[in-house]
Ligand binder design. Sequence first.
Ligand code: COI
Length: 357
Amino acid sequence: MAESLTIERTKSPKPKPDFSQLAFGKNFTDHMFVVDYVEGEGWIDPRIVPYQPLTMDPSSLVFHYGQAVFEGMKAYYSGGDIMLFRPEKNFERLNQSNRRMSIPEIDEQLLIDSLKELVSLERDWIPRGEGQSLYIRPFVIATEASLSVKPSSSYKLLIILTPVGSYYGSGGDAMKPVSIYVENEFVRSVRGGVGFTKTAGNYAASLKAQEQAGSAGYDQVLWLDGVEQRYIEEVGSMNIFFKISGKVVTPALNGSILEGITRDSVIELLHYWDIPVEERRIDMEEIRTAYEAGTLEEIFGTGTAAVISPVGKLRWDAQTYKINDEETGPLAKQLYDTITGIQTGDKEDVLHWTRTV
Ligand code: COI
């Protein structure tokens, strides 16, 4: 247990939702983790308390200038054990986001230890069905009451938990191919900006394009680079991979793309399987050429919430591309089965990714 972590149990546990009908991020468990940052004292008073609303001053900096970061991770049952998937990577990335957003770094081990306590306390909230898990949302907000544009002198870090099924559609089939719309009006991120961080504003800025893609009948937006609007970056809530002539390619990390942990896991698995994979700049024209030559075999997205999500249809420049007859491709299926199999203990954890709670 983390040193000085205190636990206050709820006196009125909530009824559990119907685990066969889970919508993403709608039902929250009985407890949450909180730790405060106070200038001069550091991160203090780590505690698990009943899930409850926050009371904040309306002038709190987070409401005005958006100094906020978050993470996404999952807990699973593996037989009788509860597992986390590469949690140290998420907390490393949280601190990477913190550094860019001028938020003080936090002890990663304190977070791992506290998270294990929290998940263990909420073990009855972890669903066991196919494709289900307990989604974990750590986040940090700036709490100083001030309207000055400056880094806050106080913060709260919270971890909340929600039982989830597939990200796309409640109770949906996780491997049902999604459709994506290549955005060529708005951009998500610019050179030297905050694209590599999980800061709330990146997601707020994506909503307009997401709304327009939705109205055109597409599930997600595919972002292009912010300068030439030509090179592929990432999808709304996922990183993106293409299989062309037997080789897998994904955009290289360039400061404007999120460093996905599922992305990294996929690259490591492909190396392990001796499947060629390249991280590099990908021009949309290359995708068009491969499609026209019949060598574009598969497209899939990767993310904690989305896991591996095949792409069945792509819309770019007034043209619609149907990928693999809008069916799930064999590589996406193999990756999905392997990653979820490792997470739930059905497959050997050859790359040593899981951590027992
Ligand atoms: C995740 O995959 O955990 C994410 O953070 C994506 C999210 C915005 C749903």
